[in-house]
Design a protein around this ligand. Sequence first.
Ligand SMILES: *[C@@H]1O[C@H](CO)[C@@H](O)[C@H](O)[C@H]1NC(C)=O
Ligand SMILES: *[C@@H]1O[C@H](CO)[C@@H](O)[C@H](O)[C@H]1NC(C)=O
Ligand SMILES: *[C@@H]1O[C@H](CO)[C@@H](O)[C@H](O)[C@H]1NC(C)=O
Ligand SMILES: *[C@@H]1O[C@H](CO)[C@@H](O)[C@H](O)[C@H]1NC(C)=O
Ligand SMILES: *[C@@H]1O[C@H](CO)[C@@H](O)[C@H](O)[C@H]1NC(C)=O
Ligand SMILES: *[C@@H]1O[C@H](CO)[C@@H](O)[C@H](O)[C@H]1NC(C)=O
Ligand SMILES: *[C@@H]1O[C@H](CO)[C@@H](O)[C@H](O)[C@H]1NC(C)=O
Ligand SMILES: *[C@@H]1O[C@H](CO)[C@@H](O)[C@H](O)[C@H]1NC(C)=O
Ligand SMILES: *[C@@H]1O[C@H](CO)[C@@H](O)[C@H](O)[C@H]1NC(C)=O
Ligand SMILES: *[C@@H]1O[C@H](CO)[C@@H](O)[C@H](O)[C@H]1NC(C)=O
Ligand SMILES: [Zn+2]
Length: 711
Amino acid sequence: MRSTLLVWAAAIGAEACQRERNFHSHSHAKRQDHDTSRAPLDANEQLLLDSFDATSISTWSYYYTHGAHVAGRNKTQAQWTADKWAEYGWTSRLDEYFVYLNYPVSQSLQLTLPNGTVFNASLEEEVLEEDDTSSYPNRIPVFHGYSATGDASAEYVYVGRGQQVDFDRLQALGVQLEGKIAVARYGGPFRGLKVKNAQDHGMIGAIIFSDPGDDGNVTEAKGVAAYPNGPARNPTSVQRGSVMFLSTYPGDPTTPGYPSKEDSPRADPSGSVPRIPSIPISWRDAQPILQALNGFGTNGKDVNRTNWVGAIPGVTYSTGEGSGATLSLSNVMEANYTAIWNAIGIINGTNQDEVIVVGNHRDAWIVGGAADPNSGSAVLIELAKAFGKLQETGWRPKRTIVLASWDAEEYGLVGSTEWLEEYLPWLKTAAVSYLNIDVAVSGPVPDFSATPDFHEIAAQIQKKVIWPYRNTTDRTLYDVWQTEAGGEFGVLGSGSDYTGFLHRGIACIDLGAGGSVEKGDPIYPYHSNYDSYHWMSTFGDPGFVHHKAIGQYLTLLLYHLSSDEVLPLNPAGYTSELRAYYKDLEEVVSSGNGTLDLSALSSAIDTFETYAQQFISLREFAITTNNTELITVQNHKARDFSRGFTSQGGLPGREFFQNLIFAPGLDTGYAPVTYPGITESITFAKDWKRAQEWVGKTANAILVAANMLKT
Ligand SMILES: *[C@@H]1O[C@H](CO)[C@@H](O)[C@H](O)[C@H]1NC(C)=O
Ligand SMILES: *[C@@H]1O[C@H](CO)[C@@H](O)[C@H](O)[C@H]1NC(C)=O
Ligand SMILES: *[C@@H]1O[C@H](CO)[C@@H](O)[C@H](O)[C@H]1NC(C)=O
Ligand SMILES: *[C@@H]1O[C@H](CO)[C@@H](O)[C@H](O)[C@H]1NC(C)=O
Ligand SMILES: *[C@@H]1O[C@H](CO)[C@@H](O)[C@H](O)[C@H]1NC(C)=O
Ligand SMILES: *[C@@H]1O[C@H](CO)[C@@H](O)[C@H](O)[C@H]1NC(C)=O
Ligand SMILES: *[C@@H]1O[C@H](CO)[C@@H](O)[C@H](O)[C@H]1NC(C)=O
Ligand SMILES: *[C@@H]1O[C@H](CO)[C@@H](O)[C@H](O)[C@H]1NC(C)=O
Ligand SMILES: *[C@@H]1O[C@H](CO)[C@@H](O)[C@H](O)[C@H]1NC(C)=O
Ligand SMILES: *[C@@H]1O[C@H](CO)[C@@H](O)[C@H](O)[C@H]1NC(C)=O
Ligand SMILES: [Zn+2]
């Protein structure tokens, strides 16, 4: 049902680490500002932009992508990052936590056909001569972070993308699931939820494969050469990744709600990680496994589910019951409490009670990680350098800037969540905003998601930066974003390190650029060995020009947030968004079979609008009368009001997620749901009484935020 409310944002794959596609609600107001000309730059802005150099960024990228740096395994890289920032005038340090992680020991997967023929999955990505890090002796095996150790041998069922609706469809078709192994396609919901859904249906193991059906026309079947010879997906590429139940609880699952110190008490993690083993595989390994199901059960076409049928040659995507083929999988992991390191860099502002945090994670599933996450890491070094040059002119920011290079994001936002939990009392009072850059670049199309108070300034700054797009070199980022990427800000769900900040009521933005499948951009080898320096410099961003441009953008945004006398966040930006989400909610209500009184919510939005307008008027008055005390008062309101959207107890069944306006969908993990307490009471719990209670709670939260803006 919810799929009618969500449309593909033209499949712009600016892939945050744990987000494969960016969904938007359809009813957002498109920006009305059609002026795409370049805005003038002042001297500081010019200095910052001129400091950016694509060749240096490429050097930083090369460093990060030529040494294994799975979470908790490369302190040298953490220290190098902190040292680089120090070299550019930042006070830097490492913050260490002790967290529960697991690492691969051995994985195997065997297919046995009814006539006794055995096929061993290779579980290896091909070593490519062209791509130096694909052959590193310490390259990382294919595995799932936080997966369960175990063996499973049984018949298997193809379960589509493994979303709850897919399992509902299989049950309607009478397919027996209990005791079987699930074979699921990547795409759609966060991978951990595919495993969770299989487990909840009594299945004993899960295999998740990449499918060229996600690659549009950029496939070998359509005549496009595969990496390293061309932009199509290498058939042996495998998507690693975490299988934590991300939509319930991110962070170290053994320390819910408090930081992981060496002597911290530990909780049982079993509620947030799977009990059944799982392994990721390539489409080449998946082909014989799926072919063995051809002609058995229901043919994929007749299953009649969106994205059920993929594009592996010779496969009908049949459900497969009665095939007689079996799988044997073995997954051995080694779990431990281990140290992780966040590098932290600080420039003190003159206002100690206002702080802006800028973060990128550093850990990758592979030796490379050229896009995820180290395109962001390379950009942050260059950003640190630019602010270093500005400091040499005597400039000091008004607001304190904190740079963060997170560890263990890939396992489940672990480094950022533990840090947030440690510094929460300070952040709750002082944090003005959190800026996230994970996959800064995996293609040429810019993509932004943000809380609504960010929309105005985030769009304005786009006009100050040139975005090289295909063969053009004279268009602003704003122009390209408007004409090539739809020009709308996405709603934040989850899948990267902004999550904890967003759910403590802090204004957030997440930015990056990705490839468009429709426009035939190179296929980004997400979480595969081929997310390498070679791929990036050959296909992803030759010349590192998009790295440079997104870095310039982030730098100017940070400059204004930290330096402008009037904090450039606009609380009134929430009004139209709250109304758009309200319309979506009305559709959810009318497509359900119950009734709900939404008048409290509607009236809370009206109140919000009134007080947000009062806030804007008073801020204008403070500016025109040069009343600096009043400007400070208004700045603090803009900093604080969004704390009101949070509820201490969190959403139903997930205490961590406290933001009542947006949250990752329970069964999507990445994609957002708006007014989640109300919406999911209807779509998931089918509990209209609970939905009515959440109308009250959500309306109250909006009133709390509104009252903070009141004059
Ligand atoms: C850590 O990363 C650096 C830089 O990529 C690399 O030189 C080093 O070998 C890595 N260390 C380990 C233990 O893999
Ligand atoms: C920033 O200011 C705080 C409080 O005055 C002080 O404790 C800290 O040492 C300063 N840090 C830096 C990096 O200057
Ligand atoms: C077993 O079946 C597979 C798939 O139908 C076929 O390719 C293979 O040749 C068969 N092997 C034997 C020994 O019959
Ligand atoms: C498959 O792997 C098993 C155990 O790893 C091994 O004993 C067997 O010989 C392999 N079979 C083939 C056909 O490669
Ligand atoms: C497939 O599903 C759609 C929408 O759920 C429905 O309208 C259509 O009748 C179904 N087709 C078949 C063949 O079941
Ligand atoms: C577990 O971690 C501790 C401390 O981090 C380390 O000394 C020990 O070798 C690790 N054990 C395993 C099995 O990795
Ligand atoms: C840029 O222009 C060249 C020459 O016209 C063309 O071959 C190439 O495909 C263009 N590149 C892009 C990304 O559009
Ligand atoms: C693939 O190419 C066909 C024919 O040119 C076009 O109609 C279709 O939209 C393309 N598909 C995608 C996903 O770009
Ligand atoms: C509404 O739908 C739910 C499940 O879809 C069902 O359990 C319930 O009985 C229905 N209620 C009414 C009043 O039809
Ligand atoms: C505004 O007030 C501040 C301090 O009160 C003063 O330094 C500044 O010059 C004033 N600006 C204008 C434009 O009057
Ligand atoms: Zn990432």
